[in-house]
Design a protein around this ligand. Structure first.
Ligand SMILES: NC(=O)c1ccc[n+]([C@@H]2O[C@H](COP(=O)([O-])OP(=O)(O)OC[C@H]3O[C@@H](n4cnc5c(N)ncnc54)[C@H](OP(=O)(O)O)[C@@H]3O)[C@@H](O)[C@H]2O)c1
Length: 271
């Protein structure tokens, strides 16, 4: 069987102006891909475009909000107009949070929930006709919170859990389309130093401390995404912690509630 190479493959990675998306873009570029970068803030997006272009990589930036239909139409259509095709869509854009539902401004809940749910659904729907032609891949970046709801992360967890059922629906509905649909559940990952989460009132707050030994590098996440696309595997849970969470959440739901409540310092115990 012919081995899949990424040379001149056209890839859109949503939310790739920083973090995991940016590192993943760079790894695909090293393999000769053309990557369309995206994020809401045009200034940080342009900085990333300049940085990767200066290394000789083929990237462009299209700013836009993945929860906005018009922005997504612009993202996909600009890519098609420029390159004539789309091989891979990686749904990575996301907002994260740290706050209790009871304290949360409803519009902030919506923003976080939608960035994770609808922000994946809209680009996917618009990309499908194009990726059907190239028989490429659509990847959903999920999380431990997409396997089991986490305290102080209700909007994020609810948004990520949507991805599992959406991926399942598409795998069945479009099984003869030739499109590879992959979902990947990430565990704790080393963040950009300046990464912030959203607090209940909408202000930005620091990411809580996580033990270093539990954190995977952004580059190892990028390698796992690349491997998943090469093998056309449909589901992957990363890290020992992620695998353990998956087993306990599935087979021992009461134990998983107990464990999460007792290991989240600001979680259920405080309520
Ligand atoms: N880091 C972890 O420990 C971890 C663990 C599990 C899963 N994950 C998942 O991995 C993915 C990447 O996480 P990360 O840590 O790299 O995040 P990050 O550093 O906060 O980067 C998020 C990216 O998404 C963009 N973005 C946010 N909302 C957007 C929207 N509505 N429309 C378009 N772009 C948007 C941001 O740019 P703008 O702000 O300019 O829009 C940025 O480029 C996410 O799906 C996350 O849920 C991460």
């Amino acid at each position: 069987m012919k081995q899949l190479t990424f040379k001149d493959k056209v890839i859109i990675i949503t939310g790739s102006s920083k973090g995991i998306g940016k590192v993943t873009a760079q790894e695909f570029c090293k393999k000769g891909a053309i990557v369309v970068l995206n994020g809401r803030d045009p200034i940080s997006l342009q900085k990333t475009v300049d940085e990767l272009t200066s290394k000789g990589y083929k990237v462009i930036g299209i700013s836009g909000d993945v929860t906005d239909v018009k922005d997504c139409e612009n993202l996909i259509q600009t890519c098609i107009n420029l390159y004539g095709k789309l091989d891979i869509l990686i749904n990575n854009a996301s907002l994260t949070m740290n706050g209790r539902l009871i304290d949360m401004v409803p519009s902030i809940f919506s923003r976080i929930f939608l960035s994770n749910s609808l922000g994946t659904i809209i680009p996917t729907q618009l990309a499908i006709p194009h990726i059907q032609k190239t028989k490429g891949s659509i990847i959903f970046i999920s999380s431990l919170a997409g396997m089991h709801g986490l305290p102080r992360s209700s909007a994020y967890s609810a948004g990520k859990i949507v991805l599992t059922s959406f991926w399942q629906s598409l795998k069945i509905e479009l099984k003869d389309s030739g499109i590879h649909f992959g979902i990947i559940y990430l565990s704790f990952t080393k963040n950009d130093e300046n990464k912030k989460m959203i607090a209940s009132d909408g202000s930005l707050t620091k990411v809580p401390h996580r033990p270093a030994f539990l954190q995977q590098s952004q580059q190892s996440i990028a390698f796992s995404i690349i491997k998943m696309i090469k093998s056309r595997r449909s589901k992957k849970v990363l890290s020992p912690l992620g695998k353990l969470t998956a087993v306990i959440a599935r087979h021992f739901p009461r134990t998983s509630l107990f464990l999460i409540a007792n290991t989240s310092s600001n979680g259920l115990k405080t309520q």
